[in-house]
Ligand binder design. Structure first.
Ligand code: HEC
Ligand code: HEC
Ligand code: HEC
Ligand code: HEC
Length: 480
């Protein structure tokens, strides 16, 4: 495809031109190699850029998009970085989008440093252990740490050094880059021209999880964990809040946004996790330790008198067999019971079977795969229902209380499960406080903070005291 044939593209080339010029400026060169920059430097940079001669803007931009299939090419983050596009330093108020998205990403967003971390000492050692020549050149690592696409999918050359950039989340831009800046152009038009629909929470979850959980093509298994990769976990609402936002969530139309994001994200990650388990049960090393509870193996031993594990016992498995990691289920189950008791029952049945089969060292891998598949279908149904749900304060209060009341079950499933409960209550309570104005908001927040403290040191996690803290949150939430 030749991008030059479209007048709309000419305007975006203007944006690109500017960013290429910017790259010649020494401050900018230093900036892009170190990716550390104060806002003041960035400001200077952008002022300098805006003083540069500006090629005439294309007028009469055609609004028709090319067919998405023909046009699925990537243009690189430089295409979005001019100060008149998404590279403004200050957010704009007169436009619908903030227009400082590039600045937010490049200065504050960890995704912009995702390539750089591959050059760290830990990553280098990881590469040695895994017998890769260099982490920063290995497709196995670049898959999630950069916008690494084959040359034929690049509309212009750009570097993997930019890390996880605009099109990693928003999809290949060549077909909508030009037209999307024209007056009256809609999000739906961009989507039909190949933009990824990250406004849809199901699609957004899937996109995040492609790197924060894994797919058939890109994954983090126990071999990589043992080599030094951090364990992957996710919660859509919490991770969305942690990312320095370069957008405005539609709170006016959707006041329960965080609860919707949390519930959709939970169901989608349950579905994706079960699909990952299915793939692993079907081929590759088994047992795949990354499917199991990390701290069931990785904890320090105590005297028998002090062992909470021996005190707890080993319900549903032979003593000492490592349990399945149910962290992506333990909180979802409370929501599923409210949302749809019948689907909840199907999911729970499948999950119990998965847990029982997976913790056996001599597991029947086919049976694991078929139980996981049944569960993933149920989780998919829950995701769709959650996305269209009409929430009420009563329902959201009930959800929080059910989660808290399930504290013991959550805690028995280990530190990762407890962490999911803490993130869930944090996200859900944010929306609840905004909409229902509970008088003791501060006290509830402090109690939820107490849950996070319980999971700070995973090896020292104590289920009993986590459960106690969950009861405290429950009492403070009030209600019946
Ligand atoms: C499935 C996607 C995926 C793959 C494949 C992957 N990573 Fe990662 N990596 C991530 C995510 C996501 C994080 C951030 C985890 C978090 O903070 O929750 C991360 C974090 C890291 C970190 C820690 C960064 C920091 O800020 O401390 C290092 C180092 C790292 N990865 C190296 C590698 C190397 C080396 C490879 C290849 C052998 C690799 N990764 C492959 C997704 C992936
Ligand atoms: C890690 C994923 C990710 C990366 C990287 C990313 N974005 Fe986004 N972006 C999102 C999400 C999620 C939203 C909110 C949902 C939406 O509006 O599409 C969003 C929203 C936006 C919006 C607002 C759209 C609207 O209609 O309100 C713009 C503009 C945008 N991003 C531009 C950029 C640019 C430019 C870059 C690169 C400099 C970038 N994004 C990088 C995830 C990402
Ligand atoms: C192309 C892969 C990819 C996609 C897609 C992606 N991420 Fe990431 N994300 C990463 C990697 C890699 C890191 C680690 C970067 C680092 O440590 O420098 C990361 C880091 C993060 C962090 C920082 C974590 C921490 O411990 O501070 C947050 C928050 C985050 N991502 C949220 C999201 C959200 C929300 C989405 C979806 C809208 C998303 N990510 C989509 C790869 C991805
Ligand atoms: C069934 C037991 C088992 C489970 C479950 C398990 N591991 Fe491991 N892990 C091991 C063994 C065995 C080693 C190798 C230890 C050695 O060589 O000394 C190891 C090594 C490691 C190492 C490197 C050792 C170190 O001290 O730095 C890390 C990190 C690690 N695992 C992380 C994880 C994470 C994260 C999980 C959960 C997602 C997990 N493991 C689940 C058994 C397990």
């Amino acid at each position: 495809m030749t991008p030059g044939g479209n007048d709309g593209y000419a305007q975006s080339l203007f944006c690109q031109e500017l960013s290429l010029n910017m790259k010649l400026c020494p401050i900018v060169a230093a900036f892009s190699s170190k990716r550390q920059c104060t806002c003041a430097t960035l400001g200077l940079m952008l002022i300098a850029a805006s003083l540069m001669p500006v090629p005439g803007r294309a007028q009469n931009i055609p609004t028709g998009a090319r067919p998405a299939a023909q046009a699925a090419q990537y243009t690189g983050p430089g295409s979005c970085s001019s100060s008149s596009c998404h590279g403004s330093v200050q957010p704009r108020t007169e436009t619908r989008v903030l227009q400082n998205e590039y600045s937010t990403w490049v200065v504050r967003d960890r995704h912009a440093k995702a390539f750089e971390v591959l050059t760290s000492a830990v990553a280098q050692r990881m590469a040695r252990i895994l017998k890769l020549s260099k982490a920063e050149e290995a497709p196995k690592c670049l898959a999630c740490h950069a916008l690494a696409v084959p040359v034929e999918k690049q509309a212009r050359t750009f570097s993997v050094r930019d890390g996880v950039s605009c099109e990693s989340c928003h999809g290949p831009a060549s077909a909508w880059l030009g037209p999307h800046t024209t007056r009256g152009w809609t999000h739906a038009q961009s989507v039909s021209a190949g933009m990824f629909d990250s406004k849809d929470l199901i699609r957004r979850s899937e996109k995040c999880l492609s790197c924060h959980l894994g797919t058939a093509e890109q994954f983090v298994d126990h071999e990589m964990l043992a080599a030094g990769h951090p364990d992957l976990y996710f919660e859509l609402a919490a991770f969305t809040a942690t990312m320095p936002a370069h957008w405005k969530e539609p709170l006016a139309e959707d006041p329960w946004r965080e609860v919707r994001a949390w519930s959709v994200g939970q169901a989608v990650q349950m579905r994706e996790a079960l699909e990952q388990l299915t793939r692993r049960a079907e081929r590759g090393p088994w047992p795949e330790f990354a499917e199991l509870q990390c701290y069931a193996c990785h904890h320090a031993l105590t005297t028998p008198e002090q062992s909470w594990r021996q005190l707890r016992g080993y319900a549903g498995r032979r003593a000492g067999d490592p349990p399945w990691n149910a962290s992506r289920f333990v909180v979802l189950r409370s929501w599923a019971r409210i949302l749809n008791p019948e689907t909840a029952r199907q999911l729970e049945e499948a999950v119990n079977r998965v847990a029982e089969l997976t913790s056996r060292m001599d597991a029947d891998r086919k049976a694991v795969a078929s139980a996981a598949r049944a569960g993933s279908a149920a989780a998919d149904a829950l995701a769709r229902q959650s996305n269209g749900m009409k929430f009420s304060p009563e329902m959201v209060l009930r959800l929080q209380k059910l989660i808290c009341a399930d504290g013991d079950y959550v805690a028995q499933n280990g530190e990762r499960a407890a962490e999911q409960a803490a993130m869930a209550l944090d996200s859900i309570f944010t929306a609840y406080a905004r909409n229902a104005h509970p008088q003791n908001e501060k006290a509830v927040r402090e109690a939820i903070e107490g849950l996070f403290q319980q999971v700070q040191n995973p090896s020292a996690f104590r289920p009993q005291s986590f459960t106690t803290q969950m009861s405290r949150v429950n009492a403070l939430l009030g209600g019946s």
